[in-house]
Design a protein around this ligand. Sequence first.
Ligand code: FMN
Length: 161
Amino acid sequence: MDALEAIRTRRSIRKFTGEPVPREDLETIVDAGRLAATGSNRQPWDFIVVQEKTTIEQFLAAGPWMKTAAAVIAVVLDPASRWWVEDGSAAIENMLIACNALGYGATWVEGDALPREEAFKQLLGVPGEKRLLALVPVGVPDEHPAREKRPLEQVIHWERY
Ligand SMILES: Cc1cc2nc3c(=O)[nH]c(=O)nc-3n(C[C@H](O)[C@H](O)[C@H](O)COP(=O)(O)O)c2cc1C
């Protein structure tokens, strides 16, 4: 699948078959995050790949559907870096696209994880000064949702708003 096709067909996947995702594919996914654009090339990120079921169970408060994920990638940022949110977001989107390109499904879980950030940080041993921006559950998709997107002609502007 080429890059544009992977972008066009990416959807948030919240239903997985429960099949495992090989370690090398998880490395490829995190590598796509590592290579994202980042302000001043600061790269203020770390990625924790969680495969232990007992740990994943602790994440279910942020989305019970994560139960069948093969892995959950926790995205950790250093907020001392000026563009940490933008950098983390770029890395997450790269990983979502990489997942789709490899035939896996994933979702950007931030809104439901934020209220539990401190508990998740403790669980994963994340240093206090770092932020846990999002969880990215990954697995073999067991759904193929279509989602309405605003049409191109509605959002594209030429020369002026
Ligand atoms: C900043 C951000 C936070 C999000 N937080 C959550 C979340 O907490 N839980 C969840 O299930 N999906 C979450 N999502 C996924 C969105 O719901 C999803 O991207 C949106 O509905 C569009 O669907 P699509 O990804 O299939 O295009 C989040 C996405 C973004 C970009």
